[in-house]
Design a binder for this molecule. Sequence first.
Ligand code: GAL
Length: 667
Amino acid sequence: MSRSLSVPGIAYGGDYNPEQWPEEVWAEDVRLMREAGVTMVSVGIFSWALLEPSEGVYDFSRMDRVLDLLHANGIAADLATPTAAPPAWFFRAHPEALPVDHDGRTLSYGSRQTFCPSSPAYRAAALRIAGELARRYADHPAVVMWHVHNEYGCHNAECHCDTSAAAFRVWLRARYENLDALNDAWGTAFWSQWYYDWDEIIPPRSTGAVPNPTHRLDWRRFCSDALLSLYEAERGVLRKAAPAQPATTNFMVGHSFDALDYWRWAPELDIVSNDHYLRSTDPESQIDIALSGDLVRSLAGGRPWFLMEHSTGAVNWQPVNRAKNPRELRRNALAHVARGADGIAYFQWRAAKAGAEQWHSAMLPHAGTDSRIWQDVVALGADLKALAEVRGSTAAAEVAVVWDWDAKWALELPSQPSDQVRHLDLVRSWYEPLWRSGIAVDFVRPDADLSSYRLVLAPSLYLVDDESAANLTDFAARGGTLAVGFHSGAVDENCHVRLGGYPGAFREALGVRTDELFPLLPGEKADLTGGGTASLWTERVRLAGARAVTSYTSGPLPGVPAVTRHAYGTGTAWYVATLPDAGTLAALLDRVCAEAGVASVRVTPEGVEAVLRRGEAADYLFLVDHRGAGAEVPVAADAVELLTGEPLKGGTVTVPPGGVVVVREPR
Ligand code: GAL
């Protein structure tokens, strides 16, 4: 059965928590939702305590009225299972279900996600309430999607209790079958960590010295899988009782969360959805929006996805929570649409007056409708309505960027050559110049089919198994262009160093061999031939077939190659053995793209983002001016600007300062 969203056009809405308000307010809610063009809201996300006031006793009367009211007003519901916030009565009955942190402290209830992911009591209670909801509302005409749980793992990705320890051992037995294989994979001959009995194995709780890296890595894999199995169990219950509606759960692809291997999760979702929030300290958060959007679209297999949450203004969970600048709300939302979102939603509909998130922005702010946010929210509703035909269109990229949670987790284990090397920072530093040049990018798993790409970039792939390494190097051997960042290919899937020189798995394809690593201190720089500088990392690269493109003229390794190029098979393999400054890296990637024959979707003035969504009969060109100066951009003949409905006769479109245009160009 194809489970797609039955809401027309680009869905628009937010989390709706009417239980926080007296019922008199609800009529105003739906009236204002209609005014803003809201088409779908997520309901019930944190309603467990009200839906099930005591174990096995249900009160659906409020939810009945909410769903009926929404339906009567033509607003669809994305109905949540409330399992992210078990009620207090549950923990009084099952104190063993509370999570334990890695110092052995049992955490308390009184917030949300205060449960152990491996707790049988939690699982049973969660499946029970999910089943009750599914049976009651399977045929409710308002319900168009299931919102399973909320942001799995946001606050309880790891629980170190004894129940989790037992579940970890079950997971390890399935992976290794016998203890010899585990001891070998974990390298337990080191520091006398050898295990003779499965029951000796515990979670990587706090220890005085560095933990075993493979133990820690397997633990992270297990924690992601433990939550995935909860998601699958809930989805199974929903599918049985309510098979018509698609199921989603909101991911947190972005800068602050990396606990789940979403490559493993995404195929289990009917519709992939994501939550994205800006970081107040990021001066160019538009690049973060683009990066996360490309990654989410890639997780969705290239199909459109749903932006389940972002904010209209400030959040409440950063040290200082910045409001958005004028026109930023619109730019942010439409930039997500540009990257493939077919639904735009906010946390939350009405700003709370009480509770932990009372200082979080919303679609309807504390100030009410006489506010800039409300005006922007209403205007955005009209914009999204005008973009209805964009729904379902996809993206086409010639460049793939390799992204892998295993590699990220392994790189960020303690006791690395440098703790300054962060996976996302590296990916972002390579992604930025592509973003500035308007080059379309997909993210791929290291073992993905690469045949549709001209260029594959692996900015940070510390851990890679043999098969994936061969997948990447074969791509180059068969005529593709591959560029690999430093400290990649260093270890196998068990975190064992690949011997014989670095960068292990990629040495032969890159035509280099490094015998020693020389990471740089914070703030330290090495000069490069050609004028740029390098930071973070250097290594003593020796050429073994490759040519040096740039070398160091200062720092620990003068005269040593920093960037190399190797003709490999019928293709080319580049090694970027350092972090060049932004200008140097941009020039380098420009050259790599040009040699690989990769072109921008449109050449635009600096600061004007260009993204293309491809429909069946037309392309949709999104142009977003982040610089604030406006621009004239050439477009196809017979194009139409969708937000204004204006035909563009002159072969150009005007992007207003700080504005967005969406141009339909016939194929
Ligand atoms: C998300 C969460 C929402 C809300 C929001 C605030 O992580 O799913 O319920 O807490 O953050 O930014």
